[in-house]
Design a protein around this ligand. Structure first.
Ligand SMILES: *[C@@H]1O[C@H](CO)[C@@H](O)[C@H](O)[C@H]1NC(C)=O
Ligand SMILES: *[C@@H]1O[C@H](CO)[C@@H](O)[C@H](O)[C@H]1NC(C)=O
Ligand SMILES: *[C@@H]1O[C@H](CO)[C@@H](O)[C@H](O)[C@H]1NC(C)=O
Ligand SMILES: *[C@@H]1O[C@H](CO)[C@@H](O)[C@H](O)[C@H]1NC(C)=O
Ligand SMILES: [Cu+2]
Length: 215
């Protein structure tokens, strides 16, 4: 996989201060039919990193807004960046002993609504939230997002939509970085709270992989 040096430099700079890395498992090593993010309801501070570890199948992580699950946020929110991991086919790298990962920095405390754009995975409940805040609006819960996703007529990735030309301006989401780590270093499927790895000053993405291997 090829990265521009600026992408790597940004990733390294982002890790220069002590930072938390929350690991989210995508599907499962033991059940390749599992259509889930684990955990699916994560609290993360601004500046924390979230690393999606793709354990099986061919999935993606896409950002929507609460009201329009299974559709990229930029279809509704003008100038939204809208994170998209791309499709991560785990079988393709299995023979190398590596699994794909997608790592992003949390840019705000406002809820981040995410889904998988493969097949009808979004409708099947492959959705999650970062920083759910039902005190701000009690309707905007993960349960309600999941229920709305189940009724969505389509499941779209960013290549299938036209970016909004009207409406609100963006809430600012950063893009992420794709990489791969040895499959043996994948974190055990999380129950409840997400796994958190502390990363100290001047460690890079490869060191994250090393830290994960020691868990
Ligand atoms: C993964 O899924 C995407 C979207 O459905 C598809 O375009 C791609 O070909 C799939 N990758 C493989 C290796 O099957
Ligand atoms: C949740 O929303 C409330 C009301 O808008 C706000 O005061 C609070 O700071 C929010 N919580 C977080 C963690 O952002
Ligand atoms: C709460 O969220 C729902 C669903 O997005 C929305 O329709 C409603 O207007 C929101 N309420 C407030 C007070 O913003
Ligand atoms: C959206 O982006 C365009 C091009 O970068 C810019 O000209 C415009 O001012 C932006 N609009 C808003 C509402 O931020
Ligand atoms: Cu999926």
């Amino acid at each position: 996989m090829h990265f521009s040096s600026s992408v790597i430099a940004t990733a390294l700079l982002g890790l220069a201060s002590a930072q938390k890395v929350h690991v989210v498992s995508v599907s499962s090593t033991t059940d390749k039919t599992l259509l889930a993010f684990s955990p699916n309801n994560l609290k993360a501070d601004v500046g924390d990193m979230i690393q999606f570890q793709f354990l099986n199948g061919n999935h993606s992580v896409v950002q929507s807004n609460f009201d329009n699950p299974c559709t990229p946020i930029q279809a509704f929110v003008k100038n939204a960046t809208g994170m998209f991991s791309g499709y991560m086919d785990v079988a393709a790298s299995a023979s190398t002993g590596m699994i794909p990962t997608y790592t992003m920095e949390v840019a705000s405390n406002t809820p981040l609504w995410l889904y998988c754009s493969q097949g009808k995975h979004c409708q099947s409940g492959m959705v999650m939230v970062v920083n759910e805040n039902t005190s701000a609006n009690e309707t905007r819960s993960l349960d309600n997002y999941k229920a709305a996703a189940a009724k969505a007529t389509e499941n779209l990735d960013p290549s299938k939509i036209t970016p909004a030309s009207g409406g609100d301006s963006t809430d600012g989401t950063t893009g992420g970085t794709t990489s791969s780590i040895p499959s043996a270093s994948a974190t055990a499927p999380a129950q409840g709270l997400g796994s958190v790895v502390s990363v100290s000053a001047w460690t890079g993405l490869l060191s994250i992989a090393a830290a994960l291997a020691m868990l």
